[in-house]
Design a protein around this ligand. Structure first.
Ligand code: BG6
Length: 349
């Protein structure tokens, strides 16, 4: 029913990126649709195209005048990778900004649409009990993990030469890091949140030479879900000599008064044993107390389970019933499905 209503509203304009006529046809279709449906001409150009084609497509849109609204607004959406280093990223920014004003350019990251990710700020700032502990006096380290069971089959054109660090660390996982570490924004709007994230990312630093603070790997052949699977270089489209990493790990510090000395361990990989994206904040052990309790104490860990089984968990130590002081780890949990009686909004990349 919904699908039928939707397809009745879809139009297809075919053409190659360098074909200006195709963009002229696109413009004509849009004008016609506006006219027939009584719309004002609000257009979003979602560039689901290889990054190497961004400049050509933007220039064609400009050539045909589609970037300049008569009425309504124009927006352009691009997905990562936004270049492969600082200078190529700036170059991409310049290309986009020649055609669209900065406020119309959307660099999207689908992780920010996940409920549990949005909940990081809610949990931190809507509750009084976490913020007093949220610093290097009480937090020992933070682990940010994105483990996947899937390989990269079918995505060679995009993934080869990009690799895990550029695919998910520089965007999804650094966004998680920023949300965990940032100060409270003055308002919950895009500019205020971005301002705080920028401060954290500007203060992020490697905690030593790359050789000691990072690791890269590539999956080889093996078994997944009980079936044999090929290694990366056996996947269609990957050359045998590909050195593209499918696993990457990095230790990052944040040079601020709040975080100095706290390592943030970031890691991701494909074809790992289980799928799990989570942030584990490990608190420092009690600094004093009875020696008997201290020696058996367990780590307090606050875990944001981004997926699957979206939820929040707090690991604490509790005394096992019976004689003696036998402390064992127990966990207090909240899962979104049962609490809010519906699956949290999910996005997929
Ligand atoms: C995408 C990456 O951005 O995120 C993929 O390009 C990755 O390589 C995907 O598999 C994971 O998304 P999610 O929402 O399943 O964690």
């Amino acid at each position: 029913m919904i699908w039928e209503g939707l397809i009745a509203r879809l139009s297809l304009v075919e053409g190659s990126f360098d074909d200006l006529d195709a963009f002229a046809r696109l413009a004509a279709v849009l004008v016609d649709l506006d006219h027939r449906r009584g719309k004002v001409g609000n257009y979003v150009f979602y560039l689901s195209v290889p990054p190497s084609a961004f400049a050509t497509v933007c220039n064609q849109l400009a050539e045909i005048g589609l970037n300049r609204p008569q009425r309504g607004w124009r927006r352009v959406v691009v997905e990562k990778p936004f270049g492969h280093d600082l200078s190529s990223s700036r170059e991409l920014g310049q290309v986009l900004e020649q055609v669209f004003p900065p406020s119309s350019i959307y660099r999207i990251d689908h992780y920010l649409g996940k409920e549990t990710v949005q909940n990081i700020l809610a949990l931190r700032f809507a509750n009084g009990m976490f913020e007093p502990l949220w610093n290097n006096r009480h937090i020992d380290h933070v682990q940010i993990t994105m483990a996947e069971t899937v390989g990269v089959a079918g995505r060679a054109g995009y993934y080869d030469g990009v690799g895990a660090a550029r695919d998910v660390i520089q965007n999804h996982l650094l966004q998680l890091l920023a949300l965990v570490a940032m100060e409270e924004p003055v308002a919950f709007d895009a500019d205020s949140i971005a301002a705080e994230k920028i401060k954290i990312l500007s203060a992020a630093e490697l905690l030593g030479p790359l050789a000691q603070t990072s690791a890269r790997g590539q999956y080889g052949p093996g078994m997944a879900n009980g079936h044999p699977v090929v290694g990366l270089t056996g996947e269609a489209g990957f050359p045998l000599e590909s050195t593209t990493e499918t696993f990457a790990a990095l230790t990052v510090g944040i040079g601020t008064r709040r975080w100095a000395g706290v390592p943030f361990y970031i890691r991701t990989g494909k074809r790992l044993a289980r799928k799990a994206t989570e942030i584990a904040v490990t608190f420092a052990p009690p600094s004093h107390g009875s020696a008997a309790v201290r020696t058996t104490a367990v780590s307090n860990v606050l875990v944001f389970r981004v997926q699957p089984d979206d939820g929040i968990e707090l690991h604490i130590g509790a005394k096992r019933p019976g004689g003696g002081m036998d402390i064992q780890p127990v966990s207090l949990g909240m899962d979104f499905r049962s609490v809010f009686d519906q699956a949290p909004k999910r996005t997929s990349g």
